[in-house]
Design a protein around this ligand. Structure first.
Ligand code: FDA
Length: 393
C-alpha cells in the first residue's frame, strides 16, 4: 500500500502543473498515467513548438455551459504568470499571430519545465500505470492500479478529453465523475477539420492545399482567419475555430473576401475592364487555380463581365461574401485538438475545482466542460485550473 497526500491521475499539462503546485506546498504527491510518456499532447502541440498560452486570454475565449466558471482560475493564474515561468526557465518564445505564444525551439522545453517543477517539489511520476478501480474511503480514496494499491486524501482527475485516442485519450475522467454522481455533459470533437458531402468534396478537392483568409461564421460567432481546402474537406484555423460552434446539420457562412467588397469589385471590373472574363476579374483576388473551380462549382458564366446581368453580379457577390456550405461532419476525435463538454461545472467549485458534493475529488484541465479557442487558450486553462486545485489539494 502506497500512501500519498495527493494522487493526480493524468500526466498531461494540467496534471503535471497541479502536482508541482501541490508538491511545492509540502504535500506528498504522485502522478499516475497509463501512457509510456508524459505530456504527449504537449510534445505534439503547435506543430512541435507548443502554443503554450495566449497574451490576450480571457473568459470570452472559452466555451462552457457556464461561461462564468473559468473566470476565477483564469484571473488568479494568468497567462502572464505562465509567461513569467517560461521566462524564468530561459525558454525562448515568440508571438506567431493574434497573441499566440510558441517556443522558438521545441515543445519539449515545456515538458522539461513541468518535469523540473515536479522534481523540485518531490513529486513522484509513475507511467504505464493502469487505474483499475477508485473507491472512496473515510479519509480519502483508495486506488487499485497495475502498480499496486494506493491511498490518498485528495484525488485529482486530469485525464483530459477524448481527442486523439492514439495519444492516450480515454473517457476515464468522465467515468469517475459519473461514478461519484457528477453530471457529465455530452461531448463532441472540436477544433477539428470539416468533412464534406461527396458533391462538394469532388469539386473542392481540386483546391487541396490552397489557403485563403475568410470570415467564417456559425451560430452567431465569427472568426477571421485562414481557411485551407484539403482533399477531405475544409481545414485551417478559421475552420478549426468555427467547428467548436458548429452542430451537425448547421450551415457555415463563409466570406471569402474579408478585406474587399465583392459588389464593388465586380462593378469596378464592369466599368474599367468590361471585356475581361469573370475569371480574369476574380484572379485579382483569388489564386488562379481556385477561380476556375469556383466558377465551375457555382455554375457561374465565365463571360466578359459586361455580359453578366445585374442579378448575376449580385448573386456572385453574395456567394463570395456569404457562401453557405453544409459540412457532412467533422473528422472527429481522431484529429480534433480538443473535446467540448465533459464534467459539468455546476458540480465543481470554480475556486478549487473540487466536486461540490464529493470531498477531496478534483477535476482539472480538458476533462472539465471548459474549452478554449485555438491559439494557446486550452493550455492556459490547463495551467490555471491546475494551479487553482494545486493550492488546496
Ligand atoms: P492531456 O490530454 O494533456 O493529458 C491527459 C493525460 O491523462 C494524458 O497523459 C493521458 O495519457 C492520461 N490519461 C488518459 N486516460 C487515462 C487513464 N485511463 N489512466 C491513466 N492516465 C490516463 N492547446 C493549446 O493551448 N495550444 C496548442 O498548441 C495545442 N495544440 C494541440 C495539438 C494537438 C495535436 C492536440 C491533440 C491538442 C492540442 N492542444 C493545444 C490542446 C491541448 O493539448 C489540451 O487541451 C491539453 O493538453 C489538455 O490538458 P490536460 O492535462 O487536461 O489533458
Amino acid at each position: 500500500m502506497i500512501k500519498r497526500d495527493v494522487i493526480v491521475i493524468g500526466a498531461g499539462a494540467a496534471g503535471l502543473f497541479c502536482a508541482a503546485q501541490a508538491g511545492a506546498r509540502g504535500r506528498s504527491v504522485e502522478v499516475l498515467d497509463h501512457a509510456k510518456k508524459v505530456g504527449r499532447k504537449i510534445l505534439m502541440s503547435g506543430g512541435g513548438r507548443c502554443n503554450f498560452t495566449n497574451m490576450y486570454a480571457g473568459p470570452e475565449n472559452f466555451l462552457s455551459q457556464n461561461p462564468h466558471f473559468c473566470k476565477s482560475a483564469l484571473s488568479r493564474y494568468t497567462q502572464w504568470d505562465f509567461i513569467g515561468l517560461v521566462a524564468e526557465y530561459g525558454i525562448a518564445y515568440h508571438e506567431k499571430t493574434l497573441g499566440q505564444l510558441f517556443c522558438d525551439d521545441s515543445a519539449k522545453e515545456i515538458v522539461d519545465l513541468l518535469l523540473n517543477e515536479c522534481n523540485k517539489a518531490d513529486v513522484t511520476i509513475t507511467t504505464r500505470c493502469d487505474i483499475l478501480s477508485v473507491e472512496k474511503t473515510e479519509s480519502g480514496y483508495s486506488l487499485t492500479t497495475s502498480n499496486g494499491e494506493y491511498e490518498c486524501e485528495s484525488l485529482v482527475i486530469a485525464t483530459g478529453g477524448l481527442s486523439m485516442p492514439k495519444l492516450g485519450a480515454t473517457p476515464f475522467g468522465y467515468k469517475i465523475a459519473q461514478q461519484f454522481g457528477l453530471n457529465v455533459l455530452p461531448t463532441r470533437a472540436a477544433l477539428v477539420p470539416f468533412t464534406l458531402h461527396d458533391k462538394d468534396k469532388d469539386t473542392l478537392a481540386e483546391l487541396s492545399g490552397i489557403a485563403v483568409d475568410v470570415y467564417a461564421s456559425c451560430n452567431d460567432t465569427t472568426f477571421k482567419e485562414a481557411m485551407l481546402f484539403t482533399h477531405r474537406g475544409l481545414s485551417g484555423p478559421a475552420m478549426l475555430q468555427i467547428s467548436s460552434y458548429w452542430e451537425a446539420g448547421d450551415c457555415l457562412s463563409i466570406n471569402m473576401l474579408p478585406n474587399d467588397d465583392a459588389t464593388a469589385l465586380l462593378q469596378t471590373a464592369r466599368t474599367e475592364t468590361p471585356d475581361a472574363l469573370l475569371a480574369t476579374c476574380l484572379n485579382k483576388v483569388f489564386p488562379k487555380r481556385m477561380v476556375q473551380s469556383l466558377i465551375e462549382y457555382h455554375s457561374w458564366r465565365n463571360v466578359p463581365v459586361k455580359q453578366l446581368t445585374h442579378g448575376e453580379c449580385d448573386a456572385i457577390a453574395d456567394t463570395l461574401e456569404n457562401w453557405q456550405i453544409k459540412p457532412n461532419g467533422t473528422e472527429g476525435y481522431r484529429t480534433a485538438e480538443v473535446t467540448i463538454g465533459g464534467v459539468d461545472t455546476n458540480d465543481l467549485s470554480s475556486k478549487t475545482m473540487m466536486a461540490k458534493n464529493v470531498e477531496g475529488l478534483y477535476f482539472i484541465g480538458e476533462v472539465v466542460d471548459v474549452t478554449g479557442w485555438l491559439g494557446g487558450f486550452n493550455f492556459q486553462w490547463a495551467w490555471s485550473s491546475g494551479w487553482a486545485a494545486g493550492q488546496v489539494v
